[in-house]
Design a protein. Structure first.
Length: 272
């Protein structure tokens, strides 16, 4: 039985692990081939271990196990030229994507804040999303088949949470900024039948959230920990919950849904 996305190509950033890997596998389950990009390296201000090239290879292995094709490339979303080269190489191998998941992101929050955290998180979580759309949109327009972007924001893109460190403030500012990008792109790309939406997760059980540095940061301020509580009785959601939302948003079932902010948050935002 054919999947909902049979014959389509997806471009995913931050694909080496966590949500990105989940998106790659879930879209492949529905029939998509995948262009998978990740920095696969550490950023100095990020207090938890970031993904590796081995992680990216594992994503490829899991997609290939589903009998789908995958092209992987190490590239930094902050580097427009490198990201364009990676995208172009993926297109040459797999074809033009009609699905883009701008997923790459960092959370540089720690008990020992550095001023550079602000710039790094803005560069990755906001400029990186902008770069992801910019390197891919013309190919999608020229392809003439329409398409769908899903930009990963956060509950911190809809509410003033995240703390008052340079990294926390930058994270919330960047995730709000992603909503502005989405709304503008939804308007400018609509004439090409290209849809653009954001998803807004609460805490997700991934290495970006479940690590000693993040837990130490959250536990340092009981009020913040309490503020991060969901309405539904779960402490976190799973990456696949976001992946399932993406499958819907990029599928024909959502063909007229564009310009929306979709919380996948166990009721977090509604509770605030």
């Amino acid at each position: 039985m054919a999947g909902q996305l049979e014959g389509r190509v997806a471009f995913i950033t931050g694909a080496a692990r966590g949500q990105g890997r989940s998106h790659a596998v879930r879209l492949a389950q529905e029939g998509a081939d995948v262009i998978a990009i990740d920095i696969a390296a550490q950023i100095d201000t990020v207090p938890y271990p970031m993904a590796s090239e081995d992680d990216l290879a594992e994503t490829a292995k899991q997609v290939e196990a589903l009998d789908r094709r995958i092209f992987t490339r190490v590239a930094d979303v902050r580097d427009r030229e490198a990201l364009q080269a990676a995208f172009d190489a993926g297109v040459a191998e797999l074809g033009v994507p009609t699905i883009v998941s701008a997923n790459a992101g960092i959370a540089p929050m720690s008990l020992h804040p550095q001023a550079q955290e602000w710039q790094d998180v803005i560069d990755v979580n906001l400029t990186g999303v902008y770069n992801t759309v910019e390197v891919s949109k013309q190919a999608m327009i020229d392809h003439g088949q329409g398409g769908a972007y899903v930009l990963t924001s956060s509950t911190a893109g809809l509410a003033g949470i995240g703390g008052n460190t340079p990294g926390g403030l930058g994270y919330t500012a960047a995730k709000h900024g992603v909503v502005g990008l989405m709304r503008s792109y939804a308007n400018t790309l609509a004439e090409h039948s290209i849809r653009v939406n954001t998803i807004h997760p609460t805490g997700v059980d991934t290495p970006m959230v479940v690590n000693d540095a993040m837990q130490e940061f959250l536990q340092s301020d009981p009020a913040m920990s309490q503020a991060m509580a969901n309405a539904l009785p779960v402490p976190m959601i799973e990456a696949v919950d976001l992946s399932n939302a993406i499958v819907f948003l990029v599928s024909d079932a959502a063909r007229y849904i564009t310009g929306v902010t979709l919380p996948v948050d166990a009721g977090f935002i509604n509770k605030r």
